[in-house]
Design a protein around this ligand. Sequence first.
Ligand SMILES: *[C@@H]1O[C@H](CO)[C@@H](O)[C@H](O)[C@H]1NC(C)=O
Ligand SMILES: *[C@@H]1O[C@H](CO)[C@@H](O)[C@H](O)[C@H]1NC(C)=O
Length: 219
Amino acid sequence: MAGVRAILVVLLAAATAIGAFANDPDMLQDVCVADRTSGILMNGFSCKNMTMITPEDFFFAGISQPGQITNNILGSKVTGANVQDIPGLNTLGVSMARVDFAPYGLNPPHIHPRATEIIFVLQGELYVAFITTNNKLISKVVKTGEVFVFPRGLAHYQKNLSKYPTSVIAAFNSQLPGAQQFAAALFTSNPSVPNHVLAQTFNINEHKVEMIRDGLTPK
Ligand SMILES: *[C@@H]1O[C@H](CO)[C@@H](O)[C@H](O)[C@H]1NC(C)=O
Ligand SMILES: *[C@@H]1O[C@H](CO)[C@@H](O)[C@H](O)[C@H]1NC(C)=O
């Protein structure tokens, strides 16, 4: 019995360790500031010459102010603070974002393929949820100063249910978490997903597919 328990503990520890490494690769040097001009295509970005790095490579002011909400249907704006904005984040395995919500604004169902997300509510209250692969909805209303976690790769969304603006800061365990919105991916991809595929997927007719597609296409 004790032997079995010991094996279980070892297996659990191994699984945890594998889980802990299942994010961005570990760094092999102090820094590797992304050199966007190098033209070398690789996993991540090639490094800038160390003699050329500056404090600006590790700095970003772009989430100090609320993002401009231009999408009136969704009423939310995600402003990234990842390796595309902060070259010094290359190989460091972390990034942030800020999300601002208009009254009743929605950050629609999406996934981050490369990161777990943890949000901190700067201001307001937000209805948040994620969905497990068994289709269990885990939801909660979170308030100013509170934190909520969205596990890596799971569908999730955030909505402000009231008439006041609200905002959150998000942190990710990837330099570039990536985001895929379900509605946009299925209905506004280029080239398009064929109507018959979407009609069959959602058990609706192709006319309704066209209506959804039309509603999501920027005018
Ligand atoms: C980095 O820059 C220094 C100073 O300009 C130069 O001497 C050195 O050769 C450069 N290193 C590489 C790998 O280009
Ligand atoms: C955003 O929506 C919530 C409802 O979940 C509401 O309670 C909150 O007051 C709203 N925002 C702000 C800034 O208060």
